[in-house]
Design a protein around this ligand. Structure first.
Ligand SMILES: Nc1ncnc2c1ncn2[C@@H]1O[C@H](COP(=O)(O)OP(=O)(O)O)[C@@H](O)[C@H]1O
Ligand SMILES: O=C(OP(=O)(O)O)[C@H](O)COP(=O)(O)O
Length: 398
């Protein structure tokens, strides 16, 4: 028996179903540049629509600070979602209030609404019971299909499940099944690659991760914070200097646990964050004062690939560089190809995840070659730590 109720257990015909999805997709020039997260929720949406549910999608986008901010509007995503679902998706410019409720009440079975970014309200991230009540007014049933946001104890991922009958969507089920199958008892050595830009929200979980893996390769923006903590001048690079103590604690925890830490030894630096900006490769301790690290260098790539060769299990979240702008995609693409080849040759279980990581693997053309690609980054790493994810736990308790 499943640990939580699924769509098999829900009577959705004619009901207003609030479906939490993760539409926090990479965008470029106002357009969705990687639609994987939208494609992954299609089975849930199609099933609900075919069963006659009145579907209301709830989602966040980016990190607005609890107030409306049009650069984080979900409106441009409605059209892409409609194309992928093969059904119209009507956009409603708030997720609570009279218009939201009236819109939800007006739709018929099989119709789909997309409510505006839940993070336009402070109550979302505060998991405020009053905000939960306001959201719940538009629904009879709650379905959570956003595994990649399940590590957030927010109203639309957690609080709402206390107010409405709550069920897991098909993607939520599929993600948990696939991770359990691939990483339930991973073959050692286990090597993790963590990069990307969400340093403050991911750094804490590394402390636990180093006790579960044999080597942790740190790249991307995350590496700069560790290098700076070791006294390296990273100049204008993305870096959270106030997390130096946290970085040092993680390095000490890794040493205690016998986990090798692999940091960049060389870097590709540029003066501008834009495609084809003039760039050079320098040792990490020689970053020019007016430059920033935008990728790890070729020596570091060799070291990363050697760790991939040693691994029997690879977990990867976060690109090694700013892969969206050429040529700062080189290290990510090279490591992705190497991991893909090792996986295809047999002997490596490769599991990667994260909105931008999926996009980077697609960019490298290797998504199909990995053992499993999750839509989740932070949630996947927290799952790996053995933590109960709030959005999953509440479904189990429902
Ligand atoms: N050295 C770097 N400097 C600035 N940004 C970087 C650097 N390395 C990686 N990034 C950025 O990290 C972002 C992805 O980070 P993150 O959101 O943590 O990954 P994911 O969505 O896969 O979990 C990408 O947009 C990429 O441009
Ligand atoms: O993109 C997400 O996570 P990820 O970057 O870890 O893959 C999720 O949508 C969660 O977003 P958040 O990290 O702003 O809470």
């Amino acid at each position: 028996m499943a640990a939580f109720r699924t769509l098999d257990d829900a009577d959705v015909k004619g009901k207003r179903v609030l479906v939490r999805v993760d539409l926090n997709v990479p965008m470029q020039d106002g357009k969705v540049s990687d639609a994987t997260r939208i494609e992954r929720v299609r089975p849930t949406i199609t099933e609900l629509a075919d069963k006659g549910a009145r579907i209301i999608l709830l989602a966040h986008f980016g990190r607005p600070k609890g107030a409306p901010d049009q650069q984080y509007s979900l409106k441009p995503i409605a059209e892409t979602a409609a194309g992928i679902f093969g059904r119209p998706v009507a956009f409603v410019d708030d997720c609570i209030g009279d218009t939201a409720e009236a819109s939800a009440n007006a739709i018929e079975g099989g119709d789909i609404l997309l409510f505006e970014n839940t993070r336009f309200h402070k109550g979302e991230e505060q998991n405020d019971p009053e905000f939960a009540k306001a959201l719940a007014k538009s629904g009879d049933i709650f379905v959570n299909d956003a595994f990649s946001a399940a590590h957030r104890a927010h109203t639309s991922t957690e609080g709402l499940a206390h107010l409405l009958p709550a069920y897991a969507g098909r993607t939520m089920q599929a993600e948990l099944d696939a991770l359990e199958k691939g990483l339930g008892s991973p073959e050692k050595p286990v090597v993790a690659i963590v990069g990307g830009a969400k340093v403050s929200t991911k750094i804490d979980l590394l402390q636990n991760l180093v006790t579960r893996v044999d080597a942790l390769v740190i790249g991307g923006g995350m590496a700069n914070t560790f290098l700076a903590a070791q006294g390296v001048d990273v100049a204008k690079s993305l870096c959270e200097h106030d997390l130096a103590d946290t970085a040092k604690t993680i390095l000490a925890a890794a040493e205690k646990a016998g986990c090798a830490i692999v940091l960049p030894t060389d870097a590709v630096v540029a003066r501008e964050f834009k495609a084809n900006a003039a760039n050079e490769v320098v040792p990490v301790d020689s970053v020019p004062a007016d430059a920033m690290i935008l990728d790890v260098g070729p020596d570091t790539v060799k070291a990363v690939n050697q760790w991939i060769d040693k691994a029997k299990t690879l977990v990867w979240n976060g690109p090694l560089g700013a892969f969206e702008i050429a040529p700062f995609d080189k290290a990510t693409v090279a490591a992705a190809h190497h991991a893909a080849e090792r996986t295809k040759a047999g002997g490596l279980v490769s599991i990667a995840g994260g909105g931008d990581t999926v996009s980077a693997l697609n960019h490298a053309g290797v998504e199909e070659a990995f053992t499993y690609v999750s839509t989740a980054g932070g949630a996947f790493l927290e799952w790996m730590e053995g933590k109960d994810l709030p959005g999953v736990l509440v479904l189990k308790q429902a």
